[in-house]
Design a protein around this ligand. Sequence first.
Ligand code: ARG
Length: 592
Amino acid sequence: MKSLIELLSEEAKKAFDKAGYEGQDIRVNISARPDLCEYQCNAAMPLAGKYKKAPLVIAEEVAGILSESPAFSRVEAVKPGFINLDASGRWICDHINEMAGDDSFGVDKQSDSTVIVDYGGPNVAKPLHVGHLRSAVIGESVKRICRFMGCNTIGDIHMGDWGLQMGLIIHEVSLRKPELPYFDESFKGEYPKEAPFTIGELEEIYPSASKKSKEDEAYREEAMKATLELQEGRRGYRALWDHIMNVSVTDMKKIYDALDVHFELWNGESTVQDRIPGMVQYLKDGGWAYMSEGALVVDVARESDKKKLPPCMILKSDGASLYNTTDLATLMDREENYKPDRIIYLTDKRQNMYFEQIFRCAVKTGITPDTTELVHIGFGTVNGKDGGPYKTREGGVPRLESLIKEIDDEMLRKISESNREKGRDISPEEERETSKTVALAAIKYGDLSNQASKDYIFDTDKFTSFEGDTGPYILYTAVRIRSIMRKYEEETGDKCPCIFKGEPTPAEKSLMKEIAGFHEAVRSAFNECAPHRICGYAHDLSDAMNSFYHGNRILGIDDKDHQKDMIALIGLTGRLLETCAELLGFSIPERM
Ligand code: ARG
């Protein structure tokens, strides 16, 4: 179904046509001066030159025709040639009723195109840190938005599971427990089923190995050798690698579950290693890859580049594959297995140039067809209140878990305090449950409400506030609606009606106009991979809902027909807020 703005624009277009004015871009916009009118159409201005008439003359002629349209309750041509418009209440009402009658609120689904979202990107054996929050949170929301639009979506975590960190762990374990069979090359039996370390130990082993490798050249070389041997398939190392993966992935799953982030594929850099030799051969045979300063590279620069893009490196001078090689092989794998129409990557924006190289290389060499849309969303840094990258009190990079805990604790404190103030008797379990749900909304909304490419400040106090542009504010509004609905049902025994029958009051019309923005919000969120559009919509809708609530008696009124209409309107608002929450990746508690 068309959006309200599109429908109003169509009416305007028809009027211009009828008056004999043909224009490219005849549109109605939400008024920049809501004190003067609800909508405006400025299309007479650019047509003045073409038709050699004063814009006001054109505007007046068109306004005359438009005033006959059932879509508008007021039409006025004003100097120098604008058309000011108010939409008719009944007309908006019909539109809203049509939205309410559809599960997706009348948003037209895209075709059943396949979208792969490559997000999360944790590195095995290294703890998740604050940078991984953004990839997970934005990626999950982008995926949900694509799914809502009807795409077949596949989320791939793309773990870093094949690099030096693996060799470092293997080498360190070999020093600590040399007696283990993994290190005995003559061992032909079955390796133990149980891992030789716990997650706690693994988390201590990696940083200590990493530290040693920086201080000790020989140690580093041994770790590199272990990495290479692992990659070449040394049996004991592969078995040990399996253990590292199991222990680490189990732990990762816990954190991603707590974030309500779920991947369809748990692939990683290791998944496509077997493809690399074939791919390298393919790149050589096609004449794309050549040796430069000992390394194998593919040129990706273009004449039109303002800044020359360096070649994409395929193999290092020692013949080792690298991050690039794996990403290209992964593209090959994705094409073969899923034929995606769109692949969306989420990483720190410092990888912008890297992905440009990869995308160009993949398309140039036919690894990815040029009909596949390759998108990189490079996100900004999470900063502390001092403006620098967010740090722990000790100055280190904060672990994702501790960040989540910080928000959890503060949310629990605020919710218990508010329950006490309101004299509510709520069990500690329910309080904890609720505050977890709200905390997740706080952390996700705090991130998603910013345009992804921008840095933002991690501000626990602001994120957990019940007021302002925050997740808890959206939830609070949705919970308020639920409670009105519950009371209405209890009092009347009726289910929430879907249809608004009467003539809307100005306050109702205001809320309807906000509601009608859903189509534009979801479409732009989808086209631009921009969850912040959903946040903006949910926030404006919540504001509109709350001012409606404060300005109108709903449950206590005698006019039951009018009450039904209000309930229908609020019910739709609630459904929309729940959908926004779902698209952003959080849910709404029963009460709060
Ligand atoms: N593991 C990488 C990192 O921590 C992110 C992976 C992103 N995805 C990709 N296909 N390269 O930076």
